[in-house]
Design a protein around this ligand. Sequence first.
Ligand SMILES: *Cc1c(COP(=O)(O)O)cnc(C)c1O
Length: 412
Amino acid sequence: MITQEDIRTFDVDQIRKEFPTLAREVYGKPLIYFDNGATSQKPQVVINAIEHYYTFDNSNIHRGVHHLSQEATAQYENARETIQRYLNAPLSEQVLFTTGTTGGINLVASSFGEMLTEGDEIIISAMEHHSNIVPWQMLCERKKCKLNIIPINEAGELIISEFDKMLNERTRLISVTHISNTLGTINPIKYMIDEGHKVGAKILIDGAQSVQHMPVDVQDLDCDFYVFSGHKVFGPTGVGVLYGKKDILDSMPPYQGGGDMIDKVTFEKTTYNVLPHKFEAGTPNISGGIALGTAIKYLAEQDLVAIQKYEHELVVYATEELSKIEGMRFIGTAKEKTSVISFMVSDLHPFDIGTLLDKQGIAVRTGHHCTQPLMDFFNIPGTVRASFAFYNTKEEIDFFIKALNRSINMLR
Ligand SMILES: *Cc1c(COP(=O)(O)O)cnc(C)c1O
C-alpha cells in the first residue's frame, strides 16, 4: 500500500536519473525524447523487475504446486492488486490483463459485442485512434449495428450537442478516448458517462493517454470499461489493462478459449472459470504483468498533482515558443488539453521536419498518429507531434526550438 508519506517530492533531475535511456546520445547528440505519446521510456525499477523475474522466478503461473510457480503467481496477482488500487477498482478480479489498449478494446468489441443485435447503435468520436475505430466497424459489419461518430470543431473538441442528439434507446455502447493522442484534447468523459447511462448505454474509456498524466478513479468516473497500455505508463510493451464493472464482465461470453479460462472441459460441455481468468486464456505475459505492477507503483509514488502542473507548464512554454515561428499552425487547440502539441509549419512536410530533428538528437512523431480520419478532417497529410512526459524539461524545449528553426531554414 502506498500512503501519503510515500509520495515523493517532484524533482525532475532525480527522476531523469531513474530513466537510463534519457542519458544516451544519438548521432553524438544528447537524446531529447518527445515521443511519449507513442511510448514512454522505462525507469530502472521496471527494467529490474523484468530482469529479476527471468533471473530468479521464471515459471508458469496459476497451476503449479511448486515453489517457483507459487512465487510467480503471487507476484502476478500482487501486480493486479497494485493496479486495482491505483484505479480504485472495487475488486482485483475486475482488472484484466490484456495485450494493451488494442487488446482490451478488441476483447470488449468481441465479447460484449456478441450480445448486440441488428439495429443496435455504437457511438465513437472523430478523434479516435484506429484501435478504437476498426474493432467497432468490424463489429457493426458482423452484427449489422450502426456506428455513430461524434464530430469535432476546428479546435479539436468534441461537439457535445451532437453527442446529445445521437443518444437513444438503441445506443448500447459509447467508446471514447479520455485524451486524444494526436490533439491532446481532454474530453468531458464524466458528462458523457452520465448521459450515456441515462439511455442505458455502457461506456468504454480509452485511457491510453490519461493514466500517465492524471489520477484516474474508475468508481468516481462510473465508466463501465476502462482500458490502457502498459508501455505508455512507463511499463513494458505487450501488456495492458481492461477494467470492467463486475456484473457486466460476468454477463459477457468468454473472448478466447484455452487454458486457464476454463472450469471443467469435457467434449460434451465446457464450463468457464470465474473472473479474471475467464478472460485470460493461455499463458499470459507474466513478466510484463509483474513489471506493469512495478511501473504503476512507481507512478503511484509520484506527486501527480505536481506532475500535472509541471507538464502543463511545459506545454504552455513550448506552445509560446513555437508560436513565434513563422507559418506555425497548431492542430488541436482545445481549452482542456494535456502535454501533446501537434503542428505544421507552412507547407513543409512533417516527415522532412521529423527527419532533420532526428539528426539533431530529437525524437518526435510525424504522420497521422493512427488517426487518419482526423487528418482528413483538418485536410492535412500529418503533423509533427511533440508529446511530453514528466521527465522532460524546459531546457530540452529550448534545444528543440533551436533545432526546429535550423531544420525549417534548411527546408525553406
Ligand atoms: C496508443 C494508443 C492506442 C493503442 O495502444 P496500443 O498500445 O498500440 O494497443 C489507442 N488509443 C490511444 C488514444 C492511444 O494513444
